[in-house]
Design a protein around this ligand. Structure first.
Ligand code: CND
Ligand code: ZN
Ligand code: ZN
Length: 374
């Protein structure tokens, strides 16, 4: 079943930041040993892709972006055993090799073979599988889903239920586990607790759904775009705040509303000042602030260390702390069995060719997740 043919197909190339993506013909090499070539069926657009296009977060360019994809295995490289052609799969920005010292540890989800913290844009052997106009094109975090075909390491591919609706489940490869896991695994939100969520995009609203499912008594939503408030309320936000319409810093208002600060705060925007505001919104002793947003490359956090002294804590959470291949396919099964419904996060669907329009929608306001269909 291994394949040696090059596939020519359409892909969206980010030649530089701060420019529209360009839809071009690319050649996709066959998978090498331990690799899987996937026909992408749907892909979400995540805030991280937007940050990269806006030049806030640096990755090697030119690249094929996209890290929230669902597809069908087209062919496999030598030695691949966990998936076969025809299988439905998700691509994960964090692999799980199940062999390294990090994967074998019961806690955490970082794998020694990860490419997300210092992205090289290349496969583990240091080469690329994409060529456009004779030029090698980088991948994104080893995934690259804004293309009809991609090549991903087997350790970053999760086989999902054959019944999975492929136009919906792509958000299970980033937004949903990132948001749910920040709540269930990192913060461990408790029944009756108070929460604040900074940023009500696709990931932030997945956090909101997790807080509600955990029995939070109050969920305060913070966003500068008030078009996000009605969908946020529908998913469980009890109070909406627009920091631009307040007379005081938003953290002061949150503290007043909750008698000294919330139990759990989540930063799901990706700015250093909102990370500090979220931290300051927490109760001074038992408050837990979880940073989910990706702040700009080379930025620095700055706050008075006395904030942490009375036991308030600040934690990060990536991919919801889920060991990706072991845990996320189970989330998909739970979704298929209707244990939760994340469909409201998908407000728009567009054909892949309209990807630039999809990014405009994400900037505009009413859109939560726009899913590209191939
Ligand atoms: P999306 O762009 O959909 O949402 C961001 C929201 O933040 C929007 O509703 C904005 O209006 C709002 N916002 C922007 N600036 C401010 C501000 N100053 N104050 C209040 N609200 C503001 O993005 P997303 O939901 O897809 O992603 C959110 C963040 O999560 C982003 O930083 C992304 O890079 C990060 C992320 C992290 C992980 C992880 O594993 N930790 C995975 N994927 C994405
Ligand atoms: Zn993401
Ligand atoms: Zn590993």
């Amino acid at each position: 079943e291994t394949s040696s043919t090059v596939i020519t197909c359409w892909a969206a190339i980010a030649w530089t930041a701060n420019a529209p993506l360009s839809i071009e013909k690319v050649e996709v090499d066959p998978p090498k040993p331990g690799e899987v070539r996937i026909k992408i069926i749907s892909s979400g657009l995540c805030g991280t892709d937007k940050h990269i296009l806006d030049g806030k977060n640096k990755v090697p360019l030119p690249a094929i972006l996209g890290h929230e994809g669902a597809g069908i295995v087209e062919s496999i490289g030598e030695g691949v055993t966990s998936v076969k052609p025809g299988d439905k799969v998700l691509t994960f920005p964090i692999p799980e090799c199940k062999e390294c010292q990090f994967c074998l540890h019961p806690k955490g989800n970082m794998c020694l073979k990860e490419k997300v913290l210092s992205p090289t844009g290349l496969m583990l052997d240091g080469t690329s599988r994409f060529t456009c106009r004779g030029r090698k094109i980088y991948n994104l975090f080893g995934t690259s889903t804004f293309t009809e075909y991609t090549v991903v390491h087997e350790i970053a591919v999760g086989k999902i239920d054959a019944a999975a609706p492929m136009d919906k489940v792509c958000i299970m490869s980033c937004a949903v586990p990132t948001g749910f896991g920040a709540v269930f695994n990192t913060a461990r939100v408790t029944p009756g607790s108070t929460c604040v969520v900074f940023g009500l995009g696709g990931v932030g609203l997945a956090v909101v759904m997790g807080c509600k499912a955990s029995g939070a008594s109050r969920i305060i939503g913070v966003d500068i775009n008030e078009k996000k408030f009605p969908p946020a309320r529908a998913l469980g936000v009890t109070d909406c705040l627009n920091p631009r319409n307040l007379k005081k810093p938003v953290q002061e208002v949150v503290k007043e509303m909750t008698g000294g600060g919330v139990d759990f705060a989540f930063e799901v925007i990706g700015n250093t000042d909102t990370v500090v505001a979220a931290l300051e919104s927490c109760h001074m002793s038992y408050g837990v602030c979880v940073m989910v947003g990706e702040s700009p490359s080379n930025s620095r956090l700055s706050f008075d260390p006395i904030l942490l002294l009375p036991e308030r804590s600040l934690k990060g959470s990536i991919m919801g702390e889920y060991k990706t291949r072991s845990c996320i396919p189970k989330l998909v099964t739970d979704y298929i069995q209707k244990k939760f419904n994340t469909d409201p996060l998908i407000t728009h669907q567009l054909p892949f060719q309209k990807i630039n329009e999809a990014f405009e929608l994400l900037h505009g306001g009413y859109c939560i997740r726009c899913v590209l269909l191939f």
